[in-house]
Structure formats: C-alpha cells, structure tokens
Design a binder for this molecule. Structure first.
Ligand SMILES: C[S@@+](CC[C@H](N)C(=O)[O-])C[C@H]1O[C@@H](n2cnc3c(N)ncnc32)[C@H](O)[C@@H]1O
Length: 178
C-alpha cells in the first residue's frame, strides 16, 4: 500500500482491512467489490477509521469507472480469484492514467517442484477456497497487460502452502506503444 499515490482505486476490497493502511500520499479512495456483505462491512470499517471511500458493486473484469480516472490501483489477494485475469488487468490499465501504478500484494505460482505441486492441487484447492487459484503466473500476466514489472518482487511469507510465494511492489502502466 505504501506505493499508492493520488486517486486510488482498490479492486476486490473485501471486508476493508486494507483501508487501515492507505498512505498519506493518497488523495481519494474508491473501491470495487462484488460481494454486498463485504461492501457493508468495509463501509462500517471505513466509518470507524474516518476513511472517506466510495465503495461500488462490480468486478475487476468490468470496472465501473471512466478511462484514466486513477493514479493508483491496488490489488491485494484478488488476482488469484478473479474469473479472467487478462480482462481484469486490461480494465485496470484502462482506468489508470499513463504511468499510473498498479500496487500489488498477491500470491503466485512458485518455481520448480513447488509450482508443479501447485498445478496438481489447483483444481481441488479452487473448489475448497472459493475460486482461489494457487498457480497463477501473475507477473507474466501483468507484463502482458502493458505494465513495467521491474518494481515487483517475490517475497517469502509465513503463509502456508499452496498460497506462496507472494508478489509485492508496484507495476507501472506503460504509455501506448512503449
Ligand atoms: C481473499 S479476498 C481479499 C480481500 C482484500 N483485498 C484483502 O486483502 O483483505 C478476495 C476478494 O476478491 C473479491 N473478488 C472475487 N472475484 C472478484 C472479481 N472478479 N473482481 C473483483 N473482486 C473479486 C472477493 O469478493 C474478495 O473480496
């Protein structure tokens, strides 16, 4: 979250825990969340913590905001469970200004044997964990959507298998043709 600046959109806000970590460089906050119960919980949390946030229903695949309306977009443990990663990243790029930041904390497919084992368990895990895919190649998908990914890095976390390693940092929306 520390990388977010200016007008911030949070995609897949969930119950709103991340609102507690919005940094001072952010000037306004909007959020898209498909689950009504999460939207209500997040609104209550925002009120308790004095955070002004416009929370709307919708999905990452169809973000209900105009082109170039945000300086930063945050995804936290969301790209693992959207139905269509490429469509979601395309929408994120559309609503970001050129050179805007996609701020990321996601769990991704590991290397070697870890990744192969994640491939094996992905089906049952997804059924068990509400559509979460532990084996997504998220950096590749972000790069393919037109972002510079050099400020993203893999980090070790104490989270149990299969939801590790994590990807943390930010990606920058490339200008068309860059
Ligand atoms: C693991 S939770 C993370 C919530 C929050 N970002 C956090 O870290 O506390 C995943 C969130 O993604 C949301 N989600 C699932 N599919 C989505 C989609 N297609 N577009 C946007 N959000 C989605 C879920 O409703 C849920 O709130």
């Amino acid at each position: 979250m520390a990388h977010a600046t200016g007008r911030l959109l949070m995609v897949g806000l969930g119950p709103g825990t991340d609102l507690k970590f919005v940094p001072p460089a952010v000037t306004s906050v909007a959020a898209v969340e498909p689950v009504a119960a999460f939207r209500r919980t997040a609104s209550r949390l925002a009120e308790r913590h004095g955070v002004a946030v416009d929370i709307v229903g919708g999905t990452g695949e169809r973000i209900p905001f105009p082109d170039s309306s945000f300086d930063s977009v945050h995804v936290g443990l969301v790209l693992c469970s959207v139905d269509d990663v490429a469509a979601t990243l395309g929408e994120i790029r559309r609503v970001l200004v050129p050179r805007g930041r996609l701020v990321v904390l996601e769990h991704v497919r590991g290397e070697g044997a870890t990744g192969r084992f994640q491939d094996l368990v992905a089906g049952p895990w997804s059924w068990f964990a509400s559509g979460c895919h532990p084996n997504r190649r998220t950096v590749d998908a972000i790069a393919a959507a037109g972002f510079d990914t050099t400020a993203l890095r893999r980090v070790r976390t104490p989270v149990p298998f299969p939801c590790k390693p994590h990807l943390q940092g930010f990606a920058t929306a490339l200008e068309d043709g860059a």
